[in-house]
Design a protein around this ligand. Structure first.
Ligand SMILES: NC(=O)c1ccc[n+]([C@@H]2O[C@H](COP(=O)([O-])OP(=O)(O)OC[C@H]3O[C@@H](n4cnc5c(N)ncnc54)[C@H](OP(=O)(O)O)[C@@H]3O)[C@@H](O)[C@H]2O)c1
Length: 182
């Protein structure tokens, strides 16, 4: 039942559409995935991470608690995790992605978004899936520096699943073999 409510429903479709059809990851790139992990039922970020792993990509997850960091690394197979409540976020990003970041799947926004953009490589891509850190704020958070985007020639692509529901059969074709261990 969990599979039908998470992987084969909105979170799984969103993760697949965002990672493969919007992000178009290439082997050798470092993907930073802002992971939103609410538990074993899974959510967009945790599925993105598992899809990326199945595709042989290197990826880092960002979470809000050390227990979630342990879970995504030790259970889900992320290469590394960052707790966005740490004091040394920039140092951690530098250490974990020494060659920079090519693809950034943003589920949250928030202060770490700015630090990640500053560490992105030329021609990097940002997939804006959600901005949960800002939904309850009356004033929108300051956006990352337009100058940083310009210098790096970044592509920023927002997507929402209702625009892509007609692609669900193809997305499920990609997801289903992975859930069967294929
Ligand atoms: N584009 C689309 O079509 C589409 C479709 C579905 C969902 N979405 C979006 O994708 C994002 C993830 O959705 P989901 O269903 O995976 O969410 P979810 O399972 O409800 O995850 C919620 C998590 O957000 C994190 N969070 C809450 N406040 C935060 C803050 N201020 N800063 C950083 N993280 C915070 C928490 O994780 P921590 O404890 O780790 O902080 C929380 O567990 C949301 O922004 C949602 O709106 C977009």
């Amino acid at each position: 039942m969990k599979l039908f409510l998470s992987v084969f429903a909105l979170p799984g479709l969103t993760a697949t559409q965002g990672l493969f059809n919007v992000g178009k990851p290439k082997q050798g790139e470092t993907i930073i995935v802002i992971v939103i992990v609410t538990g074993a039922a899974g959510s967009v970020g945790s599925i993105v991470g598992q899809l990326a792993k199945a595709d042989g990509l290197q990826f880092i997850g960002v979470v809000g608690k050390n227990e979630k960091a342990d879970w995504i690394v030790n259970e889900l197979g992320f290469d590394a995790a960052i707790n966005y409540n740490s004091d040394d976020l920039d140092q951690q990003l530098a250490q974990l992605a020494p060659s920079g970041i090519d693809l950034f799947f943003d589920n949250t926004g928030g202060p770490i978004q700015h630090l990640i953009v500053e560490r992105m490589n030329a021609h990097g891509r940002i997939i804006v899936c959600g901005l949960i850190a800002g939904y309850d704020k009356e004033v929108a958070a300051a956006r990352p520096s337009w100058m940083s985007v310009l210098k790096r020639r970044l592509t920023i692509q927002v997507f929402t699943m209702p625009d892509h529901f007609h692609q669900a059969p193809a997305l499920l074709e990609k997801l289903t073999p992975l859930c069967n261990g294929g």
